[in-house]
Design a protein around this ligand. Sequence first.
Ligand SMILES: Cc1cc2nc3c(=O)[nH]c(=O)nc-3n(C[C@H](O)[C@H](O)[C@H](O)COP(=O)(O)OP(=O)(O)OC[C@H]3O[C@@H](n4cnc5c(N)ncnc54)[C@H](O)[C@@H]3O)c2cc1C
Length: 379
Amino acid sequence: MIDFSPSEQQKAFQKTARDFAQKEIAPVALKYDQDPAFPAEIIKKAHAVGLMNLTCPKEYAGQGLGLLDAAIISEEMNAACVAISGMIGINSLACGPILAGGSDAQKKRFLIPLNQSGKTASFGLTEREAGSDAGGLKTRAKLEGDHYVLNGQKCFITNASYAALYSIFATIDPSRGTKGICGFIVPRESPGLSIGKVEDKMGQRSLNVAEVILENVVVPRENRLGNEGEGFKFAMEALDEGRVNIATVGLGLARAAFEAALAYAKTRVQFGKPIGTFQALNFMLADMAAAVESSRLLTWYAASLADQHKRYTREAAQAKFYATDTAMRVTTDAVQIHGGYGYTKEYLVEKLMRDAKLTQIYEGTNQVNRMVAGGALMR
Ligand SMILES: Cc1cc2nc3c(=O)[nH]c(=O)nc-3n(C[C@H](O)[C@H](O)[C@H](O)COP(=O)(O)OP(=O)(O)OC[C@H]3O[C@@H](n4cnc5c(N)ncnc54)[C@H](O)[C@@H]3O)c2cc1C
């Protein structure tokens, strides 16, 4: 028999996350959307109650949770505000390559102080000419004695303005394609590292996203992850977990939009009846509920494979594109159910619809995630 109920411990995690999200995040979500800012105080509180660095092992000062436990927590956080929650959760992507390819000494040296302090990091793969085709990146790493010299420019890097350290991907030889890419741990204070343009975005307004400029940045050889040429593999491993996390972003958004739409459909009266009793809207609500629940099951399935140390690249990609396409559709329908009011900034669903669009784009566009999932099917 398959039981989809969370364990008692998972219910406790869920309650902690829900209580925190509803008390600390939800009440300020619209304010942070209208007036974007770094949610420093909220991050500090999330760190204090153990809601950061969820899957990082305890020996490196993380919470040591499985990905399924983390998905249950993240859904609650994302249902309150995906931008603020994204700033709290960014370390899981940023530190993913270090966990995938770093030595024990590197993990102790960089992750323990980061996690103990509650500071945040960034994942730097994308460049202007290398988005979906990330393997075509141009940032150069040149070995000079006991260190590498990095030159190039990263764009769309989440949390770049506030990161204490960066996982940066650069090539030692572009002609070697992905086999020339190395991963490096680059501390913020490295001379030559600066922050460029900060993006002004449609949604997820408080998710800081900026360029990282690298001009003759000296990185000690001991900051390289694994062997030369292994960086792309570590980036892709981090993205498997990252895609499950983005599936929880889609799930949280879709759930929040569905709950808002259902509540509105029960109370808004037209033609003498609650609008949710009209079949056109009633069927829309039924489809929304089914899509939210399907997204949750696909997300939990991918996470549970990760927890069993099984390959889950296809399942992570499938959960990501399904849950985030669901988020776009459900938030759009939620606006429709609210009628004209849904199109105003007074109602949360307007923000949710703008926030949802990004989920189909980052962490690999949904076209790319379908390529990953479809490619795996044909192998
Ligand atoms: C807010 C935000 C935060 C981000 N955070 C980070 C981060 O922290 N770190 C990081 O490294 N990156 C980050 N990114 C980058 C993100 O992962 C890229 O934007 C994404 O991978 C797409 O790349 P692109 O924007 O260059 O689009 P392009 O690759 O130019 O794609 C344009 C369109 O073409 C389609 N397309 C491209 N190739 C194919 C193909 N082979 N088949 C079919 N369709 C295709 C795409 O699906 C898309 O619709 C972030 C992006 C945003 C917007």
